[in-house]
Design a protein around this ligand. Structure first.
Ligand code: SF4
Ligand code: SF4
Length: 69
């Protein structure tokens, strides 16, 4: 069986806007409830078994900070 997709965030680019999680059609992502060292709430995997690899999160990120692989 194929492995679940994995979420990669470039924390140097991500500003924690939440667009990626909001645009995911299957709610595979969520915004973390803890800040990173830059004071941003970054997205994280919620349930990647739901991910369809549609690419919407990557396309919608205004800062090119998210990759699904
Ligand atoms: S690739 Fe699509 S389904 Fe997967 S996390 Fe991103 S928006 Fe959601
Ligand atoms: S859309 Fe991009 S900048 Fe915004 S929270 Fe997601 S990865 Fe970070």
């Amino acid at each position: 069986m194929e492995d679940n997709p994995r979420l990669f965030i470039n924390s140097r680019y991500c500003k924690g806007c939440g667009i990626c999680a909001a645009e995911c059609p299957v709610d595979a992502l969520e915004i973390a409830d803890t800040m990173n060292e830059r004071g941003y709430f970054l997205p994280r995997e919620l349930d990647m078994a739901r991910c369809r690899r549609c690419g919407m999160c990557m396309l919608m990120c205004p800062d090119f900070a998210i990759t699904i692989a």
